[in-house]
Design a protein around this ligand. Structure first.
Ligand SMILES: [Zn+2]
Length: 116
């Protein structure tokens, strides 16, 4: 039987599209951006303008001008931290249930609800 590379342990990703996050480690450390996409199967997120990779493209009749195109590469969720929109710092948060019975994230620093 063919051996398959073991899929990464699924982690609970508590980040969502459009969340503002900060990269906490690696060469992109300190950079902040908005989450463009959450890739749950890989425990990764795509962050706007973070971890850009350069793709060289050749000029062709279909793409027109060739050159270098910058594109976001995914970052592991373990390397990013949510930024609280209220206190504007990267923060830890917990999940709470609001009065309406909805799940929401609460900033542990300013105790404000992160989700509207
Ligand atoms: Zn806060």
């Amino acid at each position: 039987m063919a051996k398959y590379k073991k899929a990464p342990e699924p982690v609970k990703i508590r980040l969502r599209k459009n969340d503002l996050v900060e990269v906490t480690t690696g060469k992109e450390q300190g950079k902040t951006g908005k989450i463009l996409k959450v890739i749950r199967g890989k425990n990764q997120v795509l962050i706007e303008k973070v971890n850009l990779i350069k793709r060289h493209t050749r000029p062709s009749p279909t793409t027109g001008q060739g050159g270098i195109v910058e594109k976001e590469a995914p970052v592991y969720v373990s390397k990013v931290k949510l930024i609280c929109p209220k206190c504007a710092t990267s923060t830890r948060f917990r999940i709470t249930v609001t009065g309406e019975g909805k799940k929401a994230r609460v900033c542990l620093k300013c105790k404000e609800l992160i989700d509207g």
